[in-house]
Design a protein around this ligand. Structure first.
Ligand SMILES: [Fe+2]
Ligand SMILES: [Fe+2]
Length: 316
């Protein structure tokens, strides 16, 4: 028998690579939908890292000590680095970084809704590290085995840095919990503000998450939103007990039969509002990002002119 028509050949080897749990690399053939899904997902992830610098960046100039300032500065810089690796990963798929930034500041591409909530006290810095970076770790560890090679490899380093972010948050909160009654109250109030938005970070429930099945079939995604949310709750409850705080959920109880915690449903209408641009800080976040982009135009122009001069030197 002769081989079937060559048009089907690349598709077959793509399917075979996915089935064998091998990585897809930039030069490999891939279906348009796979490429588009990855560009959208990685770009949203990159935007989230960059916008995610703002809520904590807000406290950099008002850190309570030099040590806290150094930690927070390192953390916020890490997030910038994560954004840059991820924009580079989109470029391996043929996306254009400038275009993606344009889509972000024009509101045509999304970023994680969590970063549209305000940081009211320094305890929010700790809770973001503990719960928001903690949720990001739950989401991102499985992405280290994502089928797209450059994304999976970027996630390995990102996850190592995220675990530092989580630990510094927990340590900050543990310090405050050993402090005054007022400090303990600040921590509990910050936990109350961030718990539900952190649960929303895993996305809508599985039965309302239309793209999940295809992403799972392509092994871009390894677990469903609900599985990851459950894992996060189970991980966080003993940590809350260790800290001495509670989560604002009357339905949170240990289910011995399932070997997991039962918990209440986040307010999904709030999630839709924030995603739709009506969160407390959506306008401010994008305005800041736009201003930073415009203020950085001269740097990009200078770098481009320098690269041009260097390449003419080489060619001379
Ligand atoms: Fe990050
Ligand atoms: Fe982080």
């Amino acid at each position: 028998m002769t081989a079937s028509p060559t048009v089907a050949e690349p598709e077959r080897s793509f399917e075979a690579a996915i089935a064998a749990d091998q990585r897809i690399e930039p030069r490999d053939w891939m279906p348009d939908g796979y490429r588009r899904t990855l560009i959208r997902q990685i770009a949203q992830h990159a935007h989230s890292e960059i916008i995610g610098m703002q809520p904590e960046g807000n406290w950099l100039t008002r850190s309570p000590s030099l040590r806290r300032k150094a930690i927070l500065m390192a953390k916020v810089q890490d997030e910038a680095g994560h954004g840059l690796y991820l924009y580079s990963a989109t470029e391996t798929l043929g996306a254009d970084r400038a275009e993606l930034t344009g889509m972000l500041i024009e509101g045509r591409q999304k970023y994680s809704s969590i970063f549209n909530y305000p940081t009211l006290t320094y305890a929010d810095v700790g809770v973001i590290g503990w719960l928001v970076d903690g949720a990001a770790i739950c989401n991102q560890v499985p992405l280290c085995r994502s089928s797209y090679g450059p994304y999976a490899r970027a996630m390995i380093r990102v996850c190592k840095e995220e675990s530092f972010h989580q630990r510094q948050g927990f340590e900050l909160l543990a310090t405050m919990m050993r402090g005054t009654a007022e400090q303990r109250k600040m921590v509990q109030e910050a936990v109350n503000r961030w718990w539900w938005p952190a649960l929303m970070m895993f996305g809508p429930p599985d039965d309302r998450s239309p793209n999940s099945a295809q992403s799972m079939a392509w092994r871009i995604k390894r677990h469903t939103n609900d599985e990851l949310r459950q894992r996060f709750v189970d991980m966080s409850v003993p940590q809350a007990e260790a800290l001495g705080v509670t989560f604002p959920d009357p339905d949170l109880t240990w289910n011995a039969e399932r070997g997991s915690y039962d918990f209440g449903d986040p307010d999904w209408s709030e999630f839709m509002q924030v995603i739709g641009g009506n969160g407390a800080c959506n306008v401010e976040r994008i305005a800041n990002r736009r201003a930073a982009h415009e203020n950085g135009a001269w740097v990009r122009e200078a770098a481009t002119a320098f690269a041009r001069r260097e390449s003419t030197k080489e060619n001379a």
